[in-house]
Design a protein around this ligand. Structure first.
Ligand SMILES: Nc1nc2c(ncn2[C@@H]2O[C@H](COP(=O)(O)OP(=O)(O)O)[C@@H](O)[C@H]2O)c(=O)[nH]1
Ligand SMILES: [Mg+2]
Length: 317
């Protein structure tokens, strides 16, 4: 049997769960040489990586090589080391719940800024829409739709709210992120049940090792639709960005720098063109978010670029 291309679905210690349309799920290990080469990296390969593998002598497959990543997300762990979460995404779904808990706009704004600099398209999903009246929904949706973002309100209690969502997810790889409790796992379970479910070879905890909560998990649904859950992820920092990059990522401010004398000096002094622009164009809430992000940047313990969302090599959406 020759080698075959797979996508990494999960990682369990030294074991990898791979998926391909042709073979479905298989369990694999890294070829010895790759293991040595990557011994300093805790997770040399991540969920979403495209790899080539061949059937090994036993039941396990052997991963031979990895394709270059189209893009990837990283985050910094509590211990300060950088950790790639996931590779090769089409979009990042920012889940924000209307209620129980209510996600603050500032949180959404931070994730939008962070996602802008990865060049991966964001999608805002307001969850638990069954808990609030229509007026609240349209207000919230429009506040972000007017900025050019793709926005939806969904509820697992309301099947018709999930139809348009499926249209956006179909055929794409989507990373679900958001605070704990906003409904990521509930949504994933719901979509998985609805779709023709393919059975994973390994479930939950096995003698092969535990699926740690810091790892992402990719679920492959029909029509090349991949949803990736991120149990351990609460927030991505923006501290690796410059003031200029923050401003650049606000759609309201696009075009403003054309009138600046030097490109993005961003001293925001009394004569500042950018300052007058954001006074005029930003809502109170967005202004507050931007100011809070500026404040974070002033903090002494700034981190380096490589500690956070990485820049992707793909074109800006
Ligand atoms: N009313 C309502 N509750 C929901 C909805 N989606 C999720 N929940 C509830 O919110 C809680 C947290 O959901 P969970 O999926 O665990 O959130 P996660 O931490 O983002 O994965 C659970 O009690 C769910 O039942 C929804 O659409 N409507
Ligand atoms: Mg969850």
């Amino acid at each position: 049997m020759g080698k075959e291309q797979f996508t990494i679905a999960r990682i369990f210690g030294a074991y990898y769960e791979l998926y391909s349309e042709k073979t479905s799920y298989v369990l694999a290990v890294l070829k010895g040489k790759l293991r040595l080469k990557n011994s300093e990296d805790r997770h040399p390969f991540v969920v979403g990586d495209e790899v080539y593998a061949e059937a090994g002598p036993g039941e396990e497959w052997v991963i031979l090589s990895k394709e270059d990543r189209k893009n990837f997300l990283t985050r910094k762990s509590d211990h300060g080391d950088t950790h790639v979460l996931c590779a090769n995404l089409d979009q990042v779904a920012i889940l924000a719940s209307y209620k129980d808990p209510e996600t603050k706009d500032g949180f959404i704004d931070r994730l939008l800024v962070a996602s802008y600099h990865t060049r991966i398209k964001p999608l805002i999903l307001f969850t638990k829409s069954d808990l609030v009246p229509e007026e609240i929904k349209s207000l919230k949706e429009n506040s972000y739709r007017n900025l050019g973002y793709e926005v939806m309100s969904i509820s697992v209690e309301n099947e018709s709210s999930l139809e348009p969502l499926w249209d956006v997810l179909r055929g794409k790889r989507t990373f679900l992120c958001g605070n704990s409790g906003v409904g990521k796992s509930t949504l994933l379970n719901h979509l998985t049940k609805k779709s023709v479910q393919k059975t994973n070879q390994i479930s939950g905890t096995t003698r092969k090792g535990k699926h740690t909560t810091t790892n992402s998990l990719a679920v492959f649904l029909e029509e090349n639709t991949v949803i990736i859950d991120s149990p351990g992820v609460k927030e991505w920092g923006i501290l690796h960005l410059t003031k200029q990059e923050l401003l650049e990522s606000f759609p309201e401010l696009q075009g403003a720098q054309e009138k600046c004398e030097s490109s993005y000096c961003c001293d925001l002094g009394p004569q500042c063109n950018m300052l007058s622009h954001f006074e005029e164009n930003l809502t109170e809430s967005r202004k507050k978010s931007l100011e809070s992000m500026f404040e974070s940047l002033e903090k002494p313990h700034r981190v380096t670029r490589r500690d956070h969302w990485s820049r992707a090599v793909t074109k800006r959406y």
